[in-house]
Every structure is written in structure tokens, then in C-alpha cells.
Design a binder for this molecule. Structure first.
Ligand SMILES: [Zn+2]
Length: 208
């Protein structure tokens, strides 16, 4: 039986509802998913200042994304990268492989490894199809989903030869944009899960 369920815009910092989709998501074709993503893209781009055209940034994002895909055969490589003309610090993904980074975040991603961490996190959301999973009120389920995406991103980074510690650095970097205390929580969880330590997080906090 078909029904209607919420469709989420998934971000580096959490998620928000952007529309609805047919509830029988298991039988949704890739084309139908891409169409849902394309529809949501219109409102996302509108909300975040439109597309910021920067040819060299787009080439750089594509190159880093290709690098991640080459390291992980499971990633199919059908991703499109765009900058949003917004000072806010965030990244988003939508079904169909659309990955967006705000100009405000991109300007902080001087090293390719940092950019790779942001893209890998969004690829992880797409792999898990988090856009079609219910729950989006800062509840425990959403926090667990973010931590799972962080952890899968680390695996993508490692497979592509990037220093996986950059995922922790990105979480600390975007701390201001996250719910209070959330960046430390996610960074600590990631360090504990991946390295059995929270040394870097404690060190970063001590410098502040
Ligand atoms: Zn996320």
C-alpha cells in the first residue's frame, strides 16, 4: 500500500524536512529518487542564496569526490557538487547524488583532506539513504544517524588514502553551527569508536 512520508534534507549538522515521498521507498527506482532530489534542490538552492558559480571550486570538489570513489568501489561515482551562495557553515546532500557545500564552509576547507571529510560525510548519508528515514527533531535517532555517517566517512577517507583524523577536525571546525555541545559529542564518539581515544578533542578544547 502506498502512502506519504516525510523526505529529509540531510546536512553536515543534522537534517530538516523538505517534502514528502511515496512510502514504498524500497521499490523506488534510482530515477524516482533523483526526481525527488531534483525537486527538493529547487527549494534548497533558493533558501541558501542560490548556486555560487566557481569553476575552480567545482573542479576541486569533483576531483576530491572522484578520489573518494576510486578508493571505495561501492561508491558509484554519480555525484554532482555545487557551492551555495551562503555565509552559513554547512553541507547538504539530496537523493540523486547532489552534494552541496555553502561558501561559508568551503572557505574554511583549505586542505583537500578537509574537503574530502565533508564530501565523505554526505556520501555516507546517501549510502544509508538517510533522506528517506523518519525522525528529525534533534531526537536521539538523528544523533545516532549523524554519528554513523561520521564513522562511515572515516572508512571512505581511509580507503582513499586521506588522514581519517580530518573528520574530527571538521566536526570541531563546524562546532558553532551545531546544536550546543553536539560537535564535541560527535567528535568524541568518533575518536572513541575509531581510535579508542578522545585525545584530539580534549587537546582542541584546551586551546580555546
Ligand atoms: Zn550529517
Amino acid at each position: 500500500m502506498r502512502g506519504v512520508a516525510i523526505f529529509l534534507l540531510v546536512a553536515l549538522t543534522g537534517c530538516q524536512v523538505v517534502g514528502t515521498y511515496s512510502r514504498d521507498v524500497a521499490s523506488m527506482s534510482p530515477e524516482a529518487e533523483a526526481l525527488a532530489g531534483a525537486r527538493a534542490a529547487v527549494s534548497l538552492e533558493d533558501r541558501y542564496g542560490g548556486i555560487f558559480r566557481d569553476r575552480s571550486a567545482e573542479l576541486r570538489m569533483r576531483g576530491v569526490g572522484r578520489c573518494l570513489c576510486e578508493g571505495t568501489p561501492a561508491l558509484e561515482g554519480c555525484y554532482r557538487y555545487r557551492l551555495l551562495n551562503s555565509d552559513s557553515v554547512n553541507a547538504f546532500s539530496l537523493p540523486g547524488g547532489r552534494v552541496y557545500i555553502t561558501r561559508g564552509l568551503y572557505e574554511r576547507l583549505g586542505a583537500d583532506a578537509l574537503l574530502a571529510a565533508v564530501i565523505a560525510h554526505e556520501m555516507a548519508h546517501l549510502t544509508y539513504r538517510d533522506h528517506f528515514r523518519p525522525g528529525c527533531d534533534g531526537d536521539r535517532e538523528v544523533v545516532l544517524r549523524e554519528k554513523a555517517a561520521d564513522a562511515l566517512a572515516v572508512r571512505y577517507l581511509e580507503a582513499a588514502g586521506f588522514d581519517p583524523q580530518v573528520m574530527v577536525r571538521v566536526l570541531l571546525m563546524i562546532g558553532d553551527a551545531l546544536p550546543r555541545g553536539s560537535s564535541d559529542t560527535r567528535a568524541e564518539a568518533l575518536e572513541r569508536r575509531t581510535y579508542g581515544t578522545t585525545g584530539n578533542v580534549a587537546h582542541a578544547n584546551a586551546r580555546e
